[in-house]
Design a protein around this ligand. Structure first.
Ligand SMILES: O=C(COP(=O)(O)O)NO
Length: 250
């Protein structure tokens, strides 16, 4: 289980890729030189996890982009944590804003998934973040703290949990948060953990940034004290750029 590195960078491929494009991406990732103190994870679409796992370097772990809330069975269309483990997944992204605001998942449903994944020793990349109108209304902390609380209420432990702060208004828009904007929320998240969970959890939990992170802006973001890595969307589909983001965090 990844979790020993001080930093964490994930590549969220979302609903992108074909067998051929993924084969090229894997080849680029396999030839990349990656800093040792960074835990690196990629999250392919479900259909390509086996292809990726069977040909990607062991230096990079595999995450799912979603999972069912419990054991498998009569749940048409769902994919269980056990099945993801069977394919070598060590992580799962949960609470992503696209599943909250497009698919309609709520805090309780996301929390159930997170609790079950952790109970099966699969790490959770727990996503939080506000909408533009929530930020403009001064509600960024309220929204993020509520999402954090719903994870905290559900989780059996904070071991193997990475928090991804992804302001929704920055995802896929090219409008990356400034380092100061991101640091402000990351510090508030760490403060919330310290006050509501424990000082130890606040200190050891990696808090990573997502939302139009790329090879040009990652270094300035990574310099901030409470930014421990990235959850990268579009730029993770380009192997060399994703590698440069990984190497920017140390
Ligand atoms: O959703 C994201 C970020 O996507 P982009 O980097 O494309 O903004 N990460 O999970």
């Amino acid at each position: 289980m990844a979790g020993s590195g001080k930093f964490f960078v994930g590549g969220n491929w979302k609903c992108n890729g074909t067998k051929d494009s993924i084969s090229k991406l894997i080849s680029d990732l396999n030839s990349a030189k990656l800093e040792s103190d960074v835990d690196v994870v990629v999250a392919p679409p479900f259909l390509y996890i086996d292809q990726v796992k069977s040909s990607l370097t062991d230096r990079i772990e595999i995450s799912a982009q979603n999972c069912w809330t419990g054991k498998g069975g009569a749940f048409t269309g769902e994919i269980s944590v056990e099945q993801l483990k069977d394919l070598g997944c060590k992580w799962v992204i949960l609470g992503h804003s696209e599943r909250r605001h497009i698919i309609g998942e709520n805090d309780e449903f996301i929390g159930k998934k997170a609790a079950y994944a952790l109970s099966q020793n699969v790490g959770v990349i727990a996503c939080i973040g506000e909408l533009l109108e929530e930020r403009e209304a001064g509600k960024t902390f309220d929204v993020c703290f509520q999402q954090l609380k719903s994870f905290a209420d559900a989780l059996p432990s904070w071991d193997n949990v990475v928090i991804a702060y992804e302001p929704v208004w920055a995802i896929g828009t090219g409008k990356v948060a400034t380092p100061e904007q991101a640091q402000e929320v990351h510090a508030a998240v760490r403060g919330w953990l310290s006050e509501n969970v424990s000082a130890e959890v606040a200190s050891k939990t990696r808090i990573i940034y997502g939302g139009s992170a790329n090879g040009n802006n990652c270094s300035d973001l990574a310099k901030k004290e409470d930014i421990d890595g990235f959850l990268v969307g579009g730029a993770s589909l380009k192997g060399p750029e994703f590698a440069s983001i990984v190497n920017s965090v140390t």
